[in-house]
Design a binder for this molecule. Structure first.
Ligand SMILES: NNC(=O)[C@@H](O)[C@H](O)[C@H](O)COP(=O)(O)O
Ligand SMILES: [Zn+2]
Length: 414
């Protein structure tokens, strides 16, 4: 059994919220007071894991990485079954993050395992590991995102009534897409490719006309989409994301506590809000819009699944967690992959709770209130907002609090 405090690593990507307005900055500072928040800097992501790009370190010894401790006794920390299943004696199978989003992230998708291995071999600079990156977002605040392609008939309606969209795609393909509902699925890739391969200058000209049309003929878009196009055009003027994102991807809104799961090769882009995010341990991002970073349009167009599930089907519904007991509420977000699940633990008033041993490693972060966390029967560690802890395999955890206390626990068990 093992439980000890760790310190996560901050990523200052340009789309993050600035300074103290960012939950990432607040948590990072609360967990390590030596972190000085620079109000002029964006604080986008707080990484909590062993990924070599930004590894977590021990609170008691910042020169020691979490992976150093794990490698000292992999079976104790990861659990025998996880070591055997994921074949690593130093790494966690998942990467846990807090994201605090001020501007839209890139229109992106992530590779599956075979594509991840190929991309890393061909272009290690842009694809830092060979892993797949399925991921799940759990909303801490109201959260807005693009997730997956819109239903085909919705894309068809926009294609027929928005002249700029039809001109980019071309009238022949637009007509074919309209005439045959049965062929739409196979034509979706051609429509997406036509948008993504239109020269930037031409896209920029069409985008200016599109934005003007949202002001002159908002009824063509509906109020939500017209506003979204105008809002994102301010962030990324004339960007292809206004077409491939706003007109082709599902626009979804999650309330705090709602979650969505994104399988590899599904197009998405987070737009606003604060979330917990958990993923297989990878940083492989294939980008194509709304970003100053490296874009890999050819790989993105050729690798997507082109599935068109409605937003409701992509939400990850919380389930009961019978291994938790006491005065807390437990909600388990358990997507259909092996690398991770996320447990929300919520105390609405003073009390205590306990969680039976999990057959693998966990990372716990306190996102609200304060209390104590301990190995069952041992002395408690103070746990307040921003506090992050590693919990080794088979560790019975005890929690107690004098008031409200909210924690998220990412774990893997095999
Ligand atoms: N969907 N979310 C993710 O995949 C995050 O884990 C990634 O780290 C971000 O997408 C990276 O975004 P940029 O490439 O900086 O636009
Ligand atoms: Zn992503």
């Amino acid at each position: 059994m093992s439980l000890f405090p760790i310190i996560g690593a901050v990523q200052n990507y340009a789309w993050g919220k600035f300074g103290s307005s960012s939950a990432v900055a607040q948590f990072a500072h609360d967990n390590d007071p030596s972190v000085v928040i620079d109000e002029s800097q964006p604080y986008a992501e707080l990484w909590m894991g062993t990924h070599p790009k930004a590894p977590a370190v021990l609170s008691q010894d910042k020169a020691k990485k979490l992976s150093d401790v794990i490698s000292s006794d992999p079976v104790k920390y990861l659990g025998k079954s996880v070591v055997e299943k994921f074949h690593s004696k130093t790494e966690l199978p998942f990467l846990f993050k807090v994201l605090s989003i001020n501007k839209v992230l890139s229109i992106q998708a992530h590779p599956d395992k075979s594509l991840g291995a190929q991309l890393h071999a061909d272009d290690p600079q842009h694809y830092p590991d060979s892993n797949h990156k399925p991921e799940m977002a759990v909303a801490l605040t109201d959260f807005e995102a693009f997730c997956g392609f819109k239903p085909l008939d919705e894309i068809d309606q926009l294609l027929q009534k928005i002249p700029e969209f039809k001109e980019i795609v071309g009238s022949d393909l637009a007509a074919k897409f309209h005439e045959s509902a049965a062929e739409r699925k196979s034509l979706l890739r051609s429509v997406f490719a036509a948008v993504m391969t239109t020269p930037e200058e031409s896209i920029s000209n069409y985008a200016a006309k599109l934005v003007e049309r949202t002001h002159k003929q908002p009824e063509l878009f509906g109020p939500v989409l017209a506003d979204l196009i105008q809002r994102l055009n301010v962030q990324f003027p004339g960007d292809v994301g206004l077409f491939c994102g706003c007109l082709m991807l599902n626009h979804c809104n999650l309330k705090s506590g709602e979650a969505m799961f994104l399988q590899a090769k599904e197009p998405h882009a987070y737009i606003s809000g604060d979330i917990m995010e958990c993923m297989a341990a990878s940083d492989n991002v294939i980008r194509a819009g709304f970003t100053p970073k490296f874009k890999d349009v050819k790989i993105l167009v050729s690798s997507l699944t082109y599935s068109t599930d409605p937003v409701e089907d992509q939400k990850q519904k919380p389930a009961a967690f019978p291994r938790g007991s006491g005065d807390a509420e437990f909600a388990l977000y358990d997507p259909p992959i092996d690398e991770f699940s996320v447990l929300q633990i919520k105390f609405k008033k003073a009390g205590s709770a306990s969680i039976k041993g999990i057959h693998g490693p966990s990372i716990v972060i306190v996102t609200g209130g304060s209390g104590e966390i301990s190995i069952q029967g041992q002395k408690g560690l103070k746990a307040s907002t921003g506090g992050i802890f590693f919990v080794g395999a088979e560790t019975e955890v005890a929690l107690k609090t004098e008031g409200e206390f909210t924690l998220y626990r990412a774990f893997c068990e095999a």
